[in-house]
Write a protein of this length. Structure first.
Length: 393
């Protein structure tokens, strides 16, 4: 066995692919639980809600009634049509079904977008802090993630001004997530338009990750699809529709990219999951939308409890999150090392949170991400435990 392990020679690209720190925290949390402690999980990027019942019912009906063969690589025609109608209803934007590809989560959508557009050495502008997998997706194609440090002054987002400043000879793309992980902040319609215009001028591309659309509190998030049909928009059934484990998402493509994405998807995936696609057809029904909207209100109530409670602990929240289900807190008043802090909070206070390290190189030691993916009563308990840990009770 040792001999086999020794003979494994990994591809050079693996030197740039780092583990997902939140997974390591989860492993440690399981050990703490195995030792008999009640851990409050605020580290994971998925809420405690189950998939809405009408979606589960639709899956069961389909499993009984249909053969689960592969679908087209771009997805079921009925689902692409339903997503197209959703853009018309929700945003008032015409996105023909022919520009929509259904994918295995937005993860596969990102992989396909980068796969059809990036050559080795090409650069992609990304906000730091940002969703960690993006830089690894880019690396998987031999391309180079160019992290742009962002802070409270730009609401932790890549602005048209910052993108222009960092756009270089090899830059081929800029990407933003709105609302973003880990900060929950959004990009305005004006900035999306400005970024799209810059990409056009530079003969590059803008990709907008809208996976947290629907989970915004107060204002609705504008879609990149309104900024021109050359903008790539990624979305998912994971978060708003609470289907994380079903692995289903989509991408809105410029017309000229559809065939390339179809070809790559045929080869990489053959098709997205057939049962998941039948289930997702129920997402756009009024009864499902009523359920997910009620859950949006519940997440907002959690957010409104958590942000001031964390500030009361001495954590800084310089920009109040407007969406997703994360608070990116500045813990520099209570620790100089968010990584060690997160581990101690887990092992001593039994609250699992994610250290900033996952989200880039821009002052990770002074930040943690706290996901309000538990009911308010559990959040209250978590805050109480952290207060005791910090000697504030
Ligand atoms: C910003 C962002 N994009 C993409 C993803 C990938 O999600 P999925 O593949 O489940 O759609 C996540 C998951 O947490 C995310 O936070």
């Amino acid at each position: 066995m040792d001999d086999v392990a020794q003979r494994m020679r990994l591809a050079a690209r693996m030197a740039h692919i780092e583990p997902f720190e939140v997974m390591e925290i989860q492993t440690l949390a399981r050990e703490v639980e195995a030792a008999g402690h009640d851990v409050i999980h605020l580290e994971i990027g998925e809420p405690d809600f189950r998939t809405p019942a009408p979606v589960v019912e639709a899956a069961k009906r389909a499993l009984d009634a249909q053969p689960m063969f592969y679908t087209s690589a771009l997805g079921l025609a009925a689902l692409r049509e339903a997503i197209s109608r959703f853009y018309a209803q929700r945003y008032g934007v015409a996105v023909p079904a022919s520009r929509i590809a259904v994918t295995a989560g937005s993860s596969a959508a990102l992989l396909l977008a980068f796969g059809v557009l990036l050559d080795p050495g090409d650069e992609v502008l990304l906000a730091d802090p940002g969703y960690p997998c993006n830089r690894h997706f880019v690396r998987s194609f031999g391309a180079v993630p160019r992290a742009v440090s962002v802070g409270p002054d730009s609401r932790y987002q890549l602005t048209p001004g910052l993108a222009r400043e960092h756009w270089g000879e090899r830059t081929r793309m800029a990407m933003v997530a709105t609302p973003a992980n880990p900060t929950g902040t959004m990009v305005t319609a004006q900035d999306i338009a400005g970024l799209a215009q810059l990409a056009r001028e530079k003969r590059g591309h803008l990709l907008v990750d809208e996976i947290y659309h629907g989970l915004t509190y107060g204002l609705d998030a504008p879609t990149g699809a309104a900024a021109g049909e050359d903008v790539l928009v990624v979305n998912s059934f994971s978060k708003y529709f609470q289907m994380t484990g079903w692995r289903l998402g989509w991408i809105v493509l410029p017309p000229g990219l559809v065939r390339a994405v179809e070809t790559l998807a045929q080869n990489l995936f053959i098709s997205p999951s057939t049962p998941a696609q039948h289930a997702a057809l129920a997402c756009f029904e009024p009864e499902t939308l009523a359920i997910v909207e009620a859950r949006r209100a519940e997440l907002d109530a959690r957010r409104r409890f958590l942000v001031p409670a964390l500030e009361g602990l001495g954590f800084g929240v310089p920009v109040v999150p407007e969406g997703a289900f994360y608070v990116y807190a500045d813990v520099s008043r209570v620790t100089q090392d968010s990584f060690a802090f997160a581990r101690r909070v887990l092992t001593e206070a039994h609250v699992a949170i994610t250290p900033g390290k996952d989200f880039g190189r821009n002052e990770p030691e002074r930040h943690v991400r706290i996901a309000y993916t538990q009911p308010v009563a559990r959040l209250e308990e978590a805050v109480e435990r952290m207060a005791r840990f910090l000697g504030r009770r």
